[in-house]
Design a protein around this ligand. Sequence first.
Ligand code: DC
Length: 221
Amino acid sequence: MRQVTVPVLTIDGPSGAGKGTVSRLLAKKLGWHYLDSGSIYRSLAIALLKQSVALDDIPAIVEMARAMVLEFECGDDLAVKLNGEDITAQLGLEKTGIAASIIAVLPEVRAVLLQKQQDFKQAPGLVADGRDMGTVVFPDAAYKVFLTASSEKRAERRYKQLKEKGIDANLTGLTKDIEERDRRDRERATAPLSLANGALFIDSSDMTIDAVINQVLGLVQ
Ligand code: DC
């Protein structure tokens, strides 16, 4: 039987660059599956915070990562269940993102989560959003993009998003958190955020979402 190759489009970049919105819309337009790999790290972070597991207790974190059962539902927004419990509302919290970034430096944790991410590669195709999609998780992906924006612009977007949700936020604090998170994601020894070989580099600071989507579609079609 002829082997069918499943096309993968990887979209890597720092937090707040617009990867989530762009990836979800692209998956919809292409009719492909969608992997929000950050939500896997975030879900694990939620599980750990719930059980008050210390974020440096590697054996306990690995155990939790192995045992957790995640269910994803990708409508207009992503809904996630952790061991049967809906955790969607906690996914976007700042404390969740910060904890996710702290445990993401641990190679043991990344190793356990690797297969869970690769399992998303299914016909007719996959849009995978994260930090190491094109470098580590799907190094053979047919299409690779690196999407970024200035830290000020990313903090502004995040500020707007939080305000729209009625969550209190402070722009200076958000910029500081984003820069700190960038530093941790770029400087970690295992699978740091970096430009994958052959990736299309897009700086979305002064671009609309539609312009970004059209540029990526030009690559895929
Ligand atoms: O994309 P995000 O903000 O939801 O990701 C949250 C954290 O998870 C991010 O700071 C680093 C980690 N992460 C990662 O290390 N590798 C990925 N592929 C995705 C996320």
